[in-house]
Write a new protein. Sequence first.
Length: 355
Amino acid sequence: MESATSSTRAASGTRQRSDFADLLDIITKAGLLRRRPVHYAVKGTLTLLAFAGAWVVFAVLGDTWWQLFTAAFLAVACTQVAFLGHDAGHKQIFPRRRANDALGIGLAGLVGMSYGWWVHKHNRHHANPNVDGADPDIDIAPLAFTPRQSRAKRGFLRWTVKYQAFLFFPLLLLEGLDLHWSGVKAVWRGGLKARWVEATLLATHIAGYLTAVFLVLSPGKAFVFIAVHQGLWGLYMGCSFAPNHKGMLTLAAGHHLDFLRKQVLTSHNVTGGRWVDFALGGLNFQIEHHLFPSMPRPTLRRAQPLVRAFCASRGISYSAGGLLMSYAQILRYLHEVGAPLRAEDARRRVRATTR
């Protein structure tokens, strides 16, 4: 997560790199980088009340299959809490890093994630969006986002890549479990600034979650509740982040794009009203977010027309589309990347039958 200030330093020298400095001047004069404490106080309070309310309902309902609706609501509440943690990780909420990190660690603990692990991973993504070999968000074992990745797959992973367009959304059901497991591995290996705090929060989350579920529900209902909650949480999280870069320009290591073009050309905005802003946690303004990571979430909508107009004046392509169109774009792209593997297997079958 590079700050606007550090990005500005990079935007000096050649004419292309000075484009971002021009845009930053427009955004700064419009006052769009100022913190929004009242918004986050209200948003944070309502989100945490919804999260706590879901658990109150869970306790009141008791051992019933109606708890599956609680599981679904809890998946939404957990994602909204994670969105707040994302904003804290980008230093959008408080002026000081320490306050943002303290809040982020606490919010991550509520949903069973490692804040330190996620921040490190997300920093690498922001610095290298869609850069093959450098962006961890396009380094996913069962998927391939570039021809190079596709050719490197072997065995079962080769099969998943061939049909990755069909498997993409089902695989997202496992995203929640992967986030938990990645957090456990991170605190086990060490290297986190607040390792023991995060380890304590993760252990408390896991123990408290499993104890509550198995105390209130019978074993059969408990396992189904966990599957629904964790699956829908992973699906919601994945569906929120997927439209941002998947299917957009991918870059090789050593590319020569400047900061502005690298961030804009590899990112995609999801259009829609305020409900899209809420559902996607502001990630629908991905272009503006990548250009100005510390810009508060509620300000992104105001920045969008300024950024789009600036890109048009510089002849820079600006990608935006509706939610369903964005998902369709992802699936088409994944299907195209897997096409050479399917064609290769088809040729092998033809050769085998003609012998």
